[in-house]
Design a protein around this ligand. Sequence first.
Ligand code: KIV
Ligand code: NA
Length: 274
Amino acid sequence: MALTVAGIIRMKAKGERIAMITCYDHASALICERAGLRFLLVGDSLGQVMLGHTSTIPVTLEDMIAHSAAVARGAPESLIVVDMPFLSYATPEQAVASAQRLMQDGGAHAVKLEGGEAVLPAVERLVSLGVPVMGHLGFTPQSANQIGIRVQAKTAEAGATLIRDARALEQAGAFAMVLELVPIELARAVSEAISIPTIGIGAGPGCDGQVQVWHDVLGLIDHPPFRHAGRYAEIGKAIESALAGYAADVASGAFPTDANGASIDASVIEEAKR
Ligand code: KIV
Ligand code: NA
């Protein structure tokens, strides 16, 4: 049975921990489903890891739709959450128009947007119209130019704001929220303060679930691993050696061989050459 928003909320109620992973393309979506990972985020981190931008700022609604649609076609049993890109939800009306595209053209089941108080009217409007919304507090990458890339809410005052924002998002109807780069103790306190699931990244073990970026988990990027990244394979190295082997075999003539082609009787070629 396909995973649903209600299913995710139920997991917190039952004390089951929730694993989410980013996913950006069709082949990866097929693998996620085979692995039993059914809570997928088409994150705007695709700006960096798929498109080579240096931040999520340049990511467009069209980018999100293309990647989301590819994931949706490969993961029919999954709950697919898609990030609303930078400045695509500046007003409730714009948020509705953006969510419409992501759901109707991109196959999204839910949208995620970053921020606290400023986005509450958009969250309320979306939820009232039947769009499931996931929040995102703490380090919000779309605001990196304002807040820097660092652990957030390290003071009592900032912690209080974060707890207030989390409660407000729950009140506005969000079904879950990401907590990114916040201190362990604060993430735990937020998780205890609300009844919808918190999905942490760089927020310690006290959240109700975890989200990780595909490329980090699989060792697909070169940079030294982030402290918060769980690295479960060295697929980048495996790909590199496979590609080098392929190129070497073509150069040496070891690949392809007759076994990789189809044959006809020699007499047919004799006749064709005449
Ligand atoms: O875009 C993304 O990958 C995200 C996760 C890190 C939460 O928003
Ligand atoms: Na994101």
